[in-house]
Design a protein around this ligand. Structure first.
Ligand code: CMC
Length: 428
């Protein structure tokens, strides 16, 4: 706590409020007693100035374009680590020793199968159901299968639920894909890596052996690392809010998936590739830039802009390099990558985007890679959900163990009708 509290002049009173400092980043003014002291609430739609919790997991400096998980820069993790290792780091706070990582990887591999009855849920969906619609349903349905890990007051049960969620998401996402293309579900093969297993369950068929391509495996693992956590974003805040009532972890993650689906959040990867395809040729770019700048046109440049980053999203940098590497190594020439690179250059030199500090975000280049790997566009957000699950469970665990945790319950500025008497229908 800082020595110099903030003072608010409200009416004729001076209200002192403590100022709290984290390990790095802006101080926060502690307004918890404000209502008791003044009878007034604060107003902050979209939480643009409000810290909703304390967290020691992820730090973002949006002005500098820095993203740290447990202190480690995202580019170092993407370059040198693996998704299971980053998962361990997010959950436990430290990088694992070799023995700890082996044990963690083994534990996750023991939870990759889903109950056979869960497969029946898929048949209830239309063949053309969006994978995110399926994911919302089947992840929520896990609550009905794992009563033995639903006591959120028991840290051991919370850990088991976390392992189950991390392990089963690839299986469920792959099943959503298989269902849509009419191929049989593939059971996990636990001899493979987390990411290799997912690729096989998605692209393999029982009739033939599937050989994991190490270039694709590495690129996919890197994409998972880049999406693993992002502090208090909309879906993570949704998971925390759902969890704050004591709801079970599977239901909370299903809530996070629902929030992630929107085009302003995780749905932007799908929307960005669709936009790049629609633009088609570099000569059409000026028309789309003009539309993005037009206040009367709801169109936005998808994969551009961020609530927190007012600089290049560090994840987008790694994503761009990975897109170039994957296309080169797979010997694919995709005009969409050329369109993306040219669009980026034009936007970065345009006064509108410069003034508003709008830069490419993680979703701008991810679609190009996922498309090259062979995923249909509708799967993109489901892949984001798969990778973000570890961040969600880490944040959920942190919240449950926080002694300051309370049910999340925002206030409002009421602007509706004041009290009035009911009028029977015959008299209206
Ligand atoms: N294209 C054109 N103009 C934009 C864009 C864009 N992509 N993003 C923001 N702006 C403008 C916006 O119109 C506003 O202008 P003004 O001040 O004149 O009203 C200004 O920039 C600030 O935008 P905002 O909507 O107030 O900012 P926000 O922090 O509420 O929204 C955002 C952040 C990510 C929702 C927004 O930038 C956006 O809609 N981007 C496109 C969707 C996207 O790529 N989302 C993925 C985000 S990163 C991955 C994730 O979190 O899931």
């Amino acid at each position: 706590m800082s020595d110099a509290p903030a003072t608010l002049k409200f009416g004729d009173k001076d209200i002192g409020m403590p100022v709290l400092s984290g390990s790095v980043g802006p101080d926060v003014i502690d307004i918890r007693k404000l209502y008791a002291q003044t009878g007034a609430f604060t107003y902050d739609p979209g939480f643009t100035s409000t810290a909703s919790c304390q967290s020691a997991i992820t730090y973002i400096d949006g002005e500098e374009g820095i993203l740290l998980h447990r202190g480690y820069p995202i580019d170092q993790l993407a370059e040198q680590s693996s998704f299971p290792e980053v998962s361990y780091l997010l959950l436990h706070g430290e990088l694992p020793s070799k023995a700890e990582l082996d044990k963690f990887t083994y534990t996750i591999s023991r939870h990759t199968m889903v109950h056979e009855q869960l497969a029946m849920f898929f048949r209830g969906f239309r063949r053309d159901a969006h994978p995110m619609a399926i994911m919302c349903g089947v992840v929520g349905a896990l609550s009905a299968f794992y009563h033995d890990s639903a006591d959120i007051t028991d840290p051991q049960q919370r850990l088991i639920a976390s392992h189950r969620l991390i392990a089963k998401m690839p299986t469920l996402a792959a099943m959503a894909h298989k269902y849509s293309v009419g191929q049989p579900f593939m059971h996990p093969d636990n001899r493979l890596s987390y990411t290799g297993n997912f690729l096989r369950m998605t692209f393999g068929v029982p009739a033939e052996p599937y050989v994991v391509n190490p270039i694709i495996e590495r690129a996919m693992d890197r994409i998972f690392i880049l999406h693993a956590d992002h502090e208090q974003n909309a879906s993570t805040s949704t998971v925390r809010l759902a969890g704050s009532s004591g709801a079970n972890p599977f239901a909370c993650i299903a809530a996070g998936i629902a929030c992630l689906w929107g085009p302003a959040h995780g749905g932007a990867n799908e929307a960005a590739l669709n936009m790049l395809r629609e633009i088609g040729k570099p000569e059409h770019i000026p028309e789309y830039i003009a539309r993005a700048k037009d206040k009367d046109d709801p169109f936005r440049l998808m994969g551009f802009g961020h609530r927190v980053y007012k600089n290049y999203d560090p994840r987008a940098k790694v994503m761009q390099q990975t897109a170039e590497e994957v296309l080169r190594e797979l010997n694919i020439s995709d005009p969409v990558l050329d369109t993306a690179q040219e669009l980026e250059q034009i936007a970065l030199n345009d006064p509108y985007f410069i003034e508003k500090k709008l830069y490419p975000n993680v979703d701008f280049y991810s679609g190009v890679i996922l498309n090259a790997i062979g995923f249909p566009t509708e799967m993109f957000t489901a892949l984001f959900a798969l990778a973000r699950t570890v961040g969600w469970v880490a944040q959920w665990n942190e919240m449950i163990s926080d002694p300051e945790q309370k049910i999340g319950r925002p206030r409002q500025l009421y602007t509706g009708a004041t009290q009035r008497d009911y009028v029977p229908v015959a008299q209206r």
